[in-house]
Design a protein around this ligand. Structure first.
Ligand SMILES: [Fe+2]
Ligand SMILES: [Fe+2]
Length: 225
């Protein structure tokens, strides 16, 4: 993978946000990201997808791109996202249709571009060690984690976004539960029931989780040092 052009990527991220999000507070959020966090230079993970400088910003844009393509090319063609109920009869799927119609490109942008703000100011560069092919220890540049606001993953992202910009309920749910089954308790726990209920309440929850997972597992490389 080629090194990421941080300046070009930062401007691309801001342009993408401005293009799709017309909401009060966006400018303050972007200014905070640029001036008080490492969002544009941080990796996306310590050991997994896009564990390299600029990885977090790139991952956020990738998840938006995946979500938008899934929405327009996979979900919308099924008709749930359009007003296609002309029968006049009681429709058991009416609630579902209403929930789908409620989703906009702006909501998809908000819930994807900012879903991992919890990773801002989280990763610290440090020297790591591994054995080389001759079984000798060698050091390499890696990342560790120091979380100074350990609120939880999706929870922290929600809190950080709403410091600057309001969220609709479905956006809250999508950002909070974007890790899906990877961030919930055992069967029968309140967190698991909340996740299931969140998916029932809005397809945005499933869309953002699926896009995040698909993107990180299938499109984004891990850098082996
Ligand atoms: Fe995440
Ligand atoms: Fe993510």
């Amino acid at each position: 993978m080629q090194p990421i052009d941080i300046n070009a990527q930062r401007e691309a991220f801001k342009a993408l946000a401005h293009q799709h999000i017309k909401r009060q507070g966006l400018e303050r959020l972007l200014t905070w990201l640029e001036q008080e966090t490492d969002f544009f230079t941080a990796p996306s993970s310590t050991r997994f997808h896009l564990n390299t400088t600029g990885g977090l910003c790139l991952h956020s844009m990738n998840v938006f791109d995946t979500a938008l393509r899934l929405w327009h090319n996979v979900i919308e063609p099924h008709g749930l996202a359009t007003d296609d109920d002309r029968s006049g009869k009681p429709d058991p799927a009416a609630t579902t249709k209403a929930q789908f119609r409620n989703i906009t490109e702006e909501k998809i942008a908000v819930a994807t571009l900012f879903h991992d703000l919890c990773k801002c100011n989280l990763y610290v560069q440090e020297e790591k060690w591994k054995k080389d092919e001759n079984n000798r220890w060698m050091s390499y540049p890696g990342y560790g984690i120091t979380d100074n606001l350990p609120l939880g993953h999706g929870e922290k992202s929600c809190m950080l976004i709403t410091r600057f910009m309001g969220l609709y309920d479905d956006e809250y749910l999508a950002v909070r539960w974007h890790m899906g089954m990877f961030d919930i308790g055992e069967n029968g726990s309140t967190s698991r029931m909340s996740f299931y209920r969140a998916m029932e309440l809005s397809p945005l929850v499933t869309l953002v989780h699926a896009s995040d997972y698909l993107t990180s597992q299938c499109f984004e490389p891990t850098i082996i040092y």
